[in-house]
Design a binder for this molecule. Structure first.
Ligand SMILES: [Zn+2]
Length: 103
């Protein structure tokens, strides 16, 4: 998947459009990412004895990876991700805006 854990992304679709955040988890199988501070949902929760009171809690939920764009750490632009093979065959991601290697 093009987006990975600890990437900073920009949300480009949905109710949180325009928000930026860090990817806390990536779920490559489901093509989803959990982004810090994005897509809060309300959950009705039962009390866990001594730990949590019953009630409504807000929690982030994963969003579709197609709804975010990677923010390039080099040029600070939202970008699509390209791939590049280094000498020796290592595959790296590149920024399509500034063509720098992302990782
Ligand atoms: Zn860039």
């Amino acid at each position: 998947m093009k987006i990975r854990k600890n990437d900073t992304v920009l949300v480009i679709a949905g109710k949180d459009r325009g928000k930026k955040g860090k990817v806390r988890f990536a779920y490559p199988k489901h093509e989803r990412v959990l982004v810090e501070g994005v897509n809060f949902i309300k959950k009705h929760a039962r009390a866990i004895r001594q730990v949590r009171q019953a009630g409504i809690i807000e929690q982030e939920a994963p969003i579709n990876v197609t709804d975010v764009m990677l923010l390039c750490g080099k040029c600070n632009h939202p970008t699509r991700v390209g791939f590049h093979f280094l000498e020796g065959g290592k595959k790296v991601r590149i920024c399509r805006v500034c063509h720098e290697v992302i990782d």
